[in-house]
Design a protein around this ligand. Structure first.
Ligand code: NAI
Length: 390
């Protein structure tokens, strides 16, 4: 482990992780949803869960776009590579259509490659999931590279944070972002690239009548507000949410609809890198588990599809038009307890007040480690390839 990343990933562990998600969606039964689905950011986190739910709970053909490192003789691949290898193998065995594109989704080249593939193989898609999380984006039109920052706006913010590897709680102060940093973060994580994707696909005629496109957002409680929703990333999420309205307007002629779904805070590679958030998640997990309402990415996305997007009635949205699957996280009883625990949390108490071991274990599992039924002493083929990589 180096900071927020593991330098290695385990192919069999990643496969197990995918299998468990597949078992979960299968246990919940099938539903009727879109049959041809493009997932942008399909290899880890919410995007992977979206692909698994589309394919295994609804028999959809899926095209996955992601940016992962392939294995080298001296170095394992990144976890999303092994996740995709496992997903592809299983989905193909089930007779499903699966194609994969590994490359920079922000580029024109990858957009065109995806459009060409859709034209050749599927004709059109009925759903586009946009689930990218990246610290950097090069705008294909200008060639300018932007880097996002995770900072408060206006004034410095100090609060507690945890090193989830050892439970040490310390005070951090994060200096406010410069105006340019705010703009750069919006350029990376806002809705501009989502818009470029949808515009390019619509112009190419590969969006089906009634297409649905969904991007993921986050809100969170007061304690994370200065660093998240009212910070630089929050500005990007505001932009993403506004983009949904713009896209819906532009899709009217094909009866299409763009949604933002506000998801729950979860352990993913993206969220582990945000200061303060890991302590919040550690406490949140403990509270939600004690109430029997804890969910991971797959439980969240299965619920999004089955209860919100593709139930038979209207899609339920909040006053800003957003789908809320953070509804259980944001429940008053949950947030009141989290706030109480937050006040008491320190290096001594966090081991019993928070779910530190749950956080650390979830984090290791992202890379395929820590599964009891995987024998980590056995040799595995780290050169595992991805089938149907275009
Ligand atoms: P993640 O880090 O697990 O997944 C990111 C995905 O994007 C991966 O498939 C990766 O390969 C792909 N990707 C990154 N850069 C790329 C590029 N240049 N080209 C092609 N693919 C690229 O992230 P996570 O957490 O699943 O986040 C997805 C979305 O969900 C983000 O918008 C995030 O803000 C949002 N979200 C995350 C929450 C969390 O707690 N993790 C909570 C609510 C929303």
């Amino acid at each position: 482990m180096r900071g927020f990343i593991s330098l290695t990933a385990h192919p069999a562990g990643c496969e197990h992780n995918v299998l468990k998600q597949i078992e979960y969606v299968k246990s919940k039964g099938k539903f009727k949803g879109p049959e041809r689905v493009l997932v942008i950011g399909a290899s880890t986190g919410f995007g992977l869960a979206s692909r698994i739910t589309s394919a295994l709970a609804n028999d959809a053909a899926t095209i996955g776009v992601f940016f992962e490192k392939e294995p080298q003789p001296e170095k394992t691949a990144s976890p999303g590579w092994y996740n995709t290898a496992a997903f592809t193998k299983i989905a193909l065995n089930e007779g499903l259509y699966v194609k994969n594109i590994n490359g920079d989704a922000f580029s024109d080249e990858i957009k065109q490659k995806t459009i060409d593939l859709i034209k050749t193989d599927l004709g059109q898609v009925d759903m586009v999931i946009y689930s990218l999380a990246s610290p950097v984006r090069t705008n294909p039109r200008t060639g300018i590279t932007y880097r996002s920052v995770l900072k408060p706006i206006g004034q410095a913010y100090s609060n507690k944070t945890v090193d989830f590897h050892n439970g040490n709680i310390s005070e951090v102060t994060i200096e406010p972002a410069l105006q340019e940093e705010i703009e750069n973060t919006v350029a990376v994580m806002g809705g501009e690239d989502w818009e470029l994707w949808i515009d390019a696909m619509k112009a190419a005629g590969v969006l089906a009548e009634g297409v649905v496109t969904v991007a993921y957002s986050y809100i969170g409680p007061a304690v994370t507000e200065p660093i998240y929703r009212k910070g630089t990333i929050g500005q990007a999420k505001d932009h993403l949410e506004k983009t949904a309205d713009d896209l819906t307007a532009r899709l009217t002629d094909i009866s299409g609809k763009a949604y933002v779904s506000v998801n729950k805070a979860l352990v993913t590679q993206a969220s582990s890198a945000i200061p303060i958030i890991p302590l919040y998640i550690t406490i949140l997990f403990k509270v939600m588990k004690s109430k029997g309402i804890h969910e991971g990415c797959i439980e969240q996305i299965q619920r999004l599809y089955a209860d919100k997007l593709f139930n038979t009635g209207e899609v339920p949205v909040d006053e800003k038009g957003r789908i809320r699957i953070d509804d259980w996280e944001m429940r008053d009883d949950v947030q009141t307890e989290v706030a109480e625990v937050w006040e008491k949390a320190n290096t001594e108490s966090i081991h019993h007040l928070g779910d530190l071991s749950g956080y650390a274990s979830e984090f290791r599992k992202l890379f395929g480690f820590g599964f009891k039924n995987i024998d980590y002493n056995r040799d595995v083929n780290e050169m595992t390839g991805i089938e149907n990589l275009v």
